[in-house]
Design a binder for this molecule. Sequence first.
Ligand SMILES: CC(C)(COP(=O)(O)OP(=O)(O)OC[C@H]1O[C@@H](n2cnc3c(N)ncnc32)[C@H](O)[C@@H]1OP(=O)(O)O)[C@@H](O)C(=O)NCCC(=O)NCCS
Length: 134
Amino acid sequence: MLRRSGASRGTRIHRFLVYYGNTRVGVADVHEDRTNAVCALIVGIAKAHRGKRIGTIASRALLRKCFLDFNARRVESSAISSNSASLAMQDGMVEEGRAVERFKVGNELFDEVRFRLLKREWEQQVASRTAPPA
Ligand SMILES: CC(C)(COP(=O)(O)OP(=O)(O)OC[C@H]1O[C@@H](n2cnc3c(N)ncnc32)[C@H](O)[C@@H]1OP(=O)(O)O)[C@@H](O)C(=O)NCCC(=O)NCCS
């Protein structure tokens, strides 16, 4: 007999659609680990709509949602080292390290690059963006 273990009880996945005006241009997932108050972000923008800062704006909106609505104390994301767009999009997030040779694509091996933002780091960033000029 199998019983549901407690391991996943505290995990919720929130799914979002990303709109540009009235057009649906992407998707985003937040994996919320409620036990540890940690959220992980995944964002995907349709090819035709990339490079217009939509991913950056969607990520900022998701960070706000994680810290204010889901009460996260830490938000994480990661990118394969070959994905230059995703690496460049980690606006404000702090690189924490690499899982070396984590991914195999064909015969090539790539690292996983890990990023984080703590709630206090995010609050400092928001304060510095909204501070009036001295
Ligand atoms: C990663 C992704 C979400 C970026 O979305 P986007 O709306 O195109 O990104 P933005 O326009 O906001 O650009 C973000 C940064 O990436 C850079 N960038 C965009 N496309 C790029 C490309 N093809 N190569 C290198 N850098 C790129 C931009 O110059 C910008 O950097 P800057 O802030 O220093 O100017 C999008 O490329 C995507 O959906 N990729 C496939 C799914 C994926 O890899 N998701 C990430 C896993 S979480």
